[in-house]
Design a protein around this ligand. Structure first.
Ligand code: ATP
Length: 655
């Protein structure tokens, strides 16, 4: 069941361990077996084992599996953020923050930052620049300061503290602070396991370093680090080697994909120049070769989408829709694909497009609960004022919010006398409703409040597709009811909402998702459309070596999601070039049968390889030869006993 290296990793104990491996080599499986082993063989206390995963979904799967196999319920299976939230709650006094803080979502944080920029009149600073400055300080722990940006950052920090708010990056930052100031944390865990270690950023690495002793196992594949743009540091693996002097175990067998796919994945990586290259073994397939991955070219997006949907229909004879996925580099390319699937009557789900809890109507409704949980939260208060149909002007809104101090509910009563009678009555009623419904049952509370403020009418007045939005609200109510019945507190519920990644996960049908969100998943059939320069690799990477390396890793992740069938397609509109990654794949690994009649495919693929006159080349049938002359897509080659004109695509340069 486990191969010898996997078994060795499971049983390893007593020293730090670095488990490094390629895609599909059973890292997750080994990690789970290791936890089981720690509990049932080593007798460790499950509540003193910390497991850190990259997604909440992975955390839930591990928790459930351990409960099922060894009957133990793990207390600490966390993402870095959920771990941080628990720590901050326990150590809030030490950190000088109140326990009932509100988590600020990204767009609310952006609004707050925009306000600061407006207020400070800092026209020359863009929102993006300020955000990146804050991230660098908090996630990359960069010390140096820029006076202007620092002032804006301090202002932001002040606002967060005064309104009892936390944003995502401050969670990790504060957690690290708690770890450094409270030695108890270093004694809290008997074993620490970290999955997807390659995606840790500096602050996350420092968090681990400050609580881990020798009982730590990190699992990672630096070739799958795809979050460098979010400050992930794939070379944390090298830091780990230096700081912890771990034993290193490598997993080299891939159990997921048929051999052609593995050989393609290896070819993609062989062009990488990463510093950790030697740490990661070259993947060895355990499955034999079956279908060569198919390459297809189309003139237009519509044609590509149509072909994919027809191919899916054919494959349906062998695979259920759920086992097929279309992975895209950027979401805007899904438009045509969705239409084509829809027209063919193929069920599909778009994973993580607009996440459920990020939809406007859901945020509108939840603003009431957020405010009841934290009456200092002015952003939620502002949002609920808008939702409550009081038709306040911006000035009246500012007046109310300006009057508000710590407890917005009490303070905004003071604004009543400054408002026109009708609006004052409206606001008064709203405040009454809010104070009346501060009971515990958040499900009933929200239902009652939404009823009283006329939320349905608000949706109707403000959104064209309000029936769909109403459906979402019903879904939200079902969710709240279920959580309430499970005894989850409002505070924990709101934290959960903030951390929920893909709620849209339960649908059936073909999955459409970004390559980023496909990480850790596997599908028997994978389509990779729009493999074009500027799309994949992304245009931002075309002139930047480091980003291009990350795109390459992303392409590697995409390919290695496929178990049996892989389709690589692109379109050839004006100014479009096929992805340069395609040229890194040796042609004998691909099914290029569609190009037999349209030989122009080959030079496109080969366009990045420069063949020169006088160069030594190899042809599959004719063997070694030397190029005499070049004419567009063909070359005249001297093979010794004869000379032939050959399409460039059939020639391999010989160094
Ligand atoms: N020893 C084994 N024998 C047979 N199958 C295995 C073995 N180990 C892993 N597998 C299978 O290989 C596949 C990949 O395993 P897993 O998802 O754990 O890999 P991973 O290394 O986490 O992959 P990735 O990093 O690409 O997401 C799974 O289908 C798993 O069941």
């Amino acid at each position: 069941m486990l191969d010898p290296s996997q078994k060795k990793a499971v049983e390893h104990y007593g020293k730090p361990l670095l488990l490094v491996a390629g895609a599909g080599s059973g890292k997750t499986r080994t990690l789970v077996h290791k936890i089981e082993h720690l509990i049932s063989v080593r007798g460790l206390n499950p509540s003193r084992i910390l497991v850190v995963t990259f997604t909440r979904k992975a955390a839930n799967e591990i928790r459930e599996r351990i409960l099922k196999t060894v009957g133990a319920s793990l207390e600490w299976v966390e993402t870095f953020h959920s771990f941080g939230l628990k720590v901050i709650k326990q150590d809030h006094k030490l950190l000088g923050i109140s326990k009932d803080f509100t988590l600020l979502e990204d767009d609310d944080r952006d609004n707050l930052l925009k306000k600061i920029l407006r207020f400070k009149g800092s026209d020359e600073v863009s929102l993006e620049r300020l955000k990146s400055y804050i991230s660098k300080k908090r996630e990359d722990l960069i010390e140096e300061t820029d006076p202007l940006l620092e002032e804006l950052y301090m202002e932001y920090e002040k606002l967060l503290i005064s309104q009892n708010l936390l944003d995502f990056s401050s969670i990790l930052y504060l957690t690290l602070k708690a770890f450094r100031e409270n030695p108890r944390w270093r004694e809290s865990f008997d074993f620490i396991l970290v999955d997807e270690f390659q995606d840790t950023n500096t602050v996350q690495y420092e968090m681990l370093k400050s609580i881990a002793k020798d009982k730590i196992c990190v699992v990672g594949d630096p070739n799958q680090c795809i979050y460098e743009w979010r400050y992930a540091r794939p070379d944390n693996i090298l830091r780990f080697v230096e700081d912890f002097r771990p034993d290193v175990i490598k997993l080299e067998y891939n159990y997921r994909s048929q051999a052609y796919i593995i050989r393609i994945a290896n070819a993609i990586l062989s062009a990488s120049k990463a510093a950790w290259k030697d740490l990661v073994p070259v993947l060895k397939p355990t499955r034999s070769e079956s279908h060569r991955p198919v390459v297809r070219r189309f003139l237009k997006e519509e044609e590509e989408a149509k072909w994919i949907s027809q191919e899916i229909k054919k494959l349906r004879a062998y695979y259920p829709y759920e086992q097929m996925a279309i992975l895209v580099r950027v979401t805007y390319v899904t438009d045509y694909i969705e239409k084509a699937l829809f027209q063919e009557g193929i069920p599909y789900r778009v994973v993580g497009a607009v996440k459920f809890f990020e939809r406007a109507e859901i945020k509108d409704a939840l603003s009431f609960l957020r405010f009841l949980a934290n009456p200092k939260d002015s952003l939620s208060f502002e949002r609920l004022l808008k939702v409550s149909r009081l038709k306040l002007t911006q000035r009246q809104m500012d007046l109310i919010l300006g009057m508000s101090g710590n407890n917005l509910l009490e303070k905004s009563l003071m604004a009543l006398k400054h408002l026109p009678q009708e609006k004052a009555i409206g606001l008064h009623n709203l405040l009454k409703t809010l104070s009346k419904h501060r009971g515990d049952n958040y499900h009933q509370t929200l239902e009652a409040i939404l009823q009283e403020v006329g939320f349905e009418t608000y949706l109707e007045e403000n959104y064209t597709n309000f029936t769909e939005r109403l459906e979402n609200i019903k879904e939200l109510m079902r969710f709240l009811k279920e959580r309430w019945e499970r005894g989850i507190s409002l505070e924990d519920l709101l934290a959960e909402v903030d951390l929920l990644a893909d709620v849209d996960d339960k649908g059936r049908g073909v999955s459409i998702m970004t390559v980023h969100s496909s990480k850790g998943l596997e599908f028997p059939v994978v389509f990779l459309p729009r493999l074009e320069e500027g799309i994949f690799p992304h245009e931002k990477a075309l002139e930047d070596e480091r980003q291009l390396e990350e795109e390459r890793r992303l392409f590697y992740v995409a390919i290695t999601r496929a178990k049996d069938m892989l389709y690589l397609t692109y379109t050839r509109g004006s100014n479009r070039k096929p992805s340069s990654f395609l040229s890194d794949i040796p042609k004998d690994l691909l099914d290029l049968s569609a190009f037999k009649r349209k030989t122009s495919y080959m030079p496109e693929l080969r366009s990045v390889k420069t063949l020169k006159e006088g160069q030594l080349v190899k042809h599959k049938e004719f063997g070694l030869g030397r190029i005499i002359s070049l004419q567009e897509e063909k070359a005249r080659v001297d093979f010794g006993s004869f000379v032939k004109t050959i399409y460039l695509g059939f020639l391999e340069p010989v160094e």
